[in-house]
Structure formats: C-alpha cells, structure tokens
Ligand binder design. Structure first.
Ligand SMILES: Cc1cc2nc3c(=O)[nH]c(=O)nc-3n(C[C@H](O)[C@H](O)[C@H](O)COP(=O)(O)OP(=O)(O)OC[C@H]3O[C@@H](n4cnc5c(N)ncnc54)[C@H](O)[C@@H]3O)c2cc1C
Length: 336
C-alpha cells in the first residue's frame, strides 16, 4: 500500500539543481494537494546540502539525500539503485522525473526494477478516477501526452502497480513563486551500494554551450515555413535582435537545414513560456502549439486568415511576413 505522497527526483549538474526539477516540485504540490499527501524529493550527489533550500522554498517537505564522493556526477546504475531503494522504503504514490538525458536514462531502469508503470514526456498530469472492466480506481495519476505522432492526446494510467511514474520535459510545468520562509526536512539516506555497482568512473565533465537558450528567453521570434527563405529569415532574425529576443522555429525549418535543432519549438523541440512569442509564417499545428501555447502573449503573422495559429494568438496579423515584419521593426525602433 502506498502513501499519498508525490516524490520528485532532483536532478543536479555540478551541484546545481536543474530548473526542471523545481518545475516538477511545483506540479507535485498541485497533485499532492488533491491527494491529501505531501511533496518529497530524492537528491543524490556530494556536498550539495546548500542547494536543498531551493526545492524547500517551492513546497518540498522532505528530501532524502544520498551523499557519496562517487555520486558527484550521474552514473546510471548507482543512481537507479538508490532511487529504487528510497521508493521501496517510502512508498510514494507518484514519482516524477525530468524528461532530460538523465531522467530518460534513470527512470526506465527504476521502473523496470520496481515493475511499475512509467509514462514518458507527459504534457499534463491530473488526479482522477478510472474504471477498467467494472473495476473502479479512485484518485490515480492520469498521465496525459500526445500519441500516434501527435494525432491524439492519450490519457495513460497504471493503476495496479505502484508507484505511478512519469517524465515531463523542461518548461512544460508552471513554475510558481518561491516562498523563502519554507523549509524542508533533510533525511540522510545510507545507500547499500557495493564497489562493484560503480562500474564507470567519470573522470571529467565537459560542458558544451548551447547555441541558443530558448527556455531562458523572454521574447522569442519564430520562423515557420512561411518565413524560411533567406530574405524572410533575415527579417525574423532582425526582429528578434531589435526586440532583444531569441530566434525560434517550427520543425520543418530545422528539418530543411535552415536552422539548427536548438531553435526548434514544439513537441519534439523545446517547450517555452516567454513573455512574448511572435510566430512568423507558422501554421500552428498541434505539435508546434504543444511547445509554445503557454506563452504569456502570442502574436501570429500569417497570410492565411484560417491558419490554426490564430486560434491561440492574442494578436493576429493577416499579412505577408515580408511586409509586416519591416513595419514592426520600424515601429519598435521609432518608439525605443
Ligand atoms: C511526431 C511529430 C512531431 C512533431 N514535432 C514538431 C515540433 O516539435 N515542432 C513543430 O513545429 N512541428 C512539429 N511537427 C510538425 C508539425 O506537424 C507541422 O508539420 C509543422 O509544425 C508545420 O510547420 P510550419 O507551420 O512552419 O509549416 P506549414 O505547415 O507549411 O505552414 C506554413 C505557414 O506559413 C504561412 N505562410 C506562407 N507564406 C507566408 C508569408 N509569406 N507570410 C506569412 N505567412 C505565410 C502559410 O499560410 C502557413 O500557415 C511534428 C510532427 C510530428 C508527426
């Protein structure tokens, strides 16, 4: 029998907790409030106690901390064993991981060890009831994500095995305000790993800087296929520069080799929530909208008045990007 608690695996890189883990703490709060449980977390590493105030400020009540010099950097097998052992001991109802390189590596190993369900890349999580063959399951995790190439939005449940585990991509869940008065209980966890469990040793970590960091950008000007030729793309870049923003894109623009993958917004790109998102010549298919629909303000420029992007745009401009963008740049420069 599980508790009603929701647990988050806190991903750390070079002693800094990843933003996605804090977003998941915020989501865990919403789920735990419905279940009547608490938010707990797992942190694995070495010498990172100071970082633990961050999840606490977002509502995490208890952090199980496994500390060891050999755990400073992520290695699959030791991390998976520790996470599985903590879950076995604490019996949370739900466990959340970031859908990152680390989360995608460790979560399936933990699910396989615990023989429980795992749904990857959820875009929404809810607590609800579900009936299978006259058997009713109450207050279970409803894991919602696009399926079959984004043609349907599926709700996935795993009611007969515990915990229910899900991964969520960075930027998908909303970050709430921090409350610096909140504190968490730190529970040291003594792992039972043997030397033979440490099959790999990390000698050096080399960070490769990303060409663009869309998730940190407050203004994004995105090019779709309607703005992907050389002159229109130059206008998109110019508008982004004028506004102090980053250049995003739809997937076909990346597939055609015009921009690199780091620019791609959407289901198979990055998920963004900037203050302003300007979609230039983007039709607004569901796979693109999945990555930007939560932007605070959306301006769409498209010459087709029926383009689906207009259904989520706060301001829609029906026109050719080659005419509209220069006017926007001129107007902004005149005001600046
Ligand atoms: C599994 C899967 C995952 C996917 N993941 C993603 C993803 O992560 N991100 C993503 O973006 N897509 C993704 N896609 C692709 C998606 O389905 C769409 O094909 C894609 O978003 C369309 O890109 P677009 O709007 O740039 O191009 P189009 O659909 O070709 O639209 C171009 C638009 O530009 C307009 N236009 C043309 N010329 C002009 C002009 N001169 N001025 C103004 N408007 C003009 C047109 O009216 C049209 O609306 C995915 C698809 C699948 C199956």
């Amino acid at each position: 029998m599980s508790t009603k608690n929701v647990m988050v695996f806190l991903e750390q890189h070079k002693k800094k907790i990843a933003n996605v883990s804090i977003e998941l703490i915020c989501e865990a709060n919403r789920l735990a409030a419905t279940l009547g449980g608490e938010v707990e977390a797992i942190l694995i590493g070495n010498g990172i106690k100071e970082e633990m105030s961050i999840p606490a400020h977002y509502g995490c009540k208890k952090i199980f901390y496994a500390e060891d010099k050999r755990l400073s950097h992520f290695t699959s097998i030791p991390y998976a064993k520790i996470i599985a052992d903590i879950i076995r001991e604490q019996k949370p109802q739900i466990v959340l991981f970031g859908a990152t390189t680390m989360g995608r590596d460790v979560a399936p190993r933990v699910a396989s060890e615990l023989k429980c369900g795992l749904t990857a890349d959820c875009t929404e999580l809810k607590i609800g009831d579900h009936t299978i063959k006259d058997k009713e399951f109450k207050n279970i995790l409803l894991q919602i994500r696009p399926a079959f190439g984004g043609n349907i939005i599926a709700t996935i449940v795993s009611p007969e095995s515990f915990p229910s585990m899900a991964t969520v991509r960075p930027g998908v869940m909303k970050l709430e305000e921090a409350n610096t008065k909140l504190k968490a209980q730190i529970v040291p966890f003594t792992h039972k790993l043997k030397d033979s469990d440490f099959m790999t040793e990390i000698l050096e970590v080399i960070d490769e800087a990303k060409a663009v960091n869309l998730q940190a950008a407050q203004i994004i000007v995105s090019a779709g296929m309607g703005a992907s030729d050389t002159s229109a793309l130059a206008l998109v870049k110019d508008l982004a520069k004028t506004l102090g923003g980053e250049v995003g894109s739809s997937r076909p623009v990346v597939d055609s080799g015009v921009l690199i993958k780091d620019h791609q917004v959407g289901q198979t790109g990055v998920t963004v929530r900037p203050n302003l998102y300007i979609a230039c010549g983007i039709s607004g298919q569901i796979q693109h909208r999945a990555g930007m629909a939560e932007s605070k303000r959306i301006i769409a420029i498209n010459k087709d008045p029926e383009a689906p992007i207009f259904s989520i745009a706060h301001y829609g401009i029906v026109g050719d990007v080659n005419d509209v963008i220069p006017k926007m740049i001129k107007a902004f420069k005149a005001k600046a």
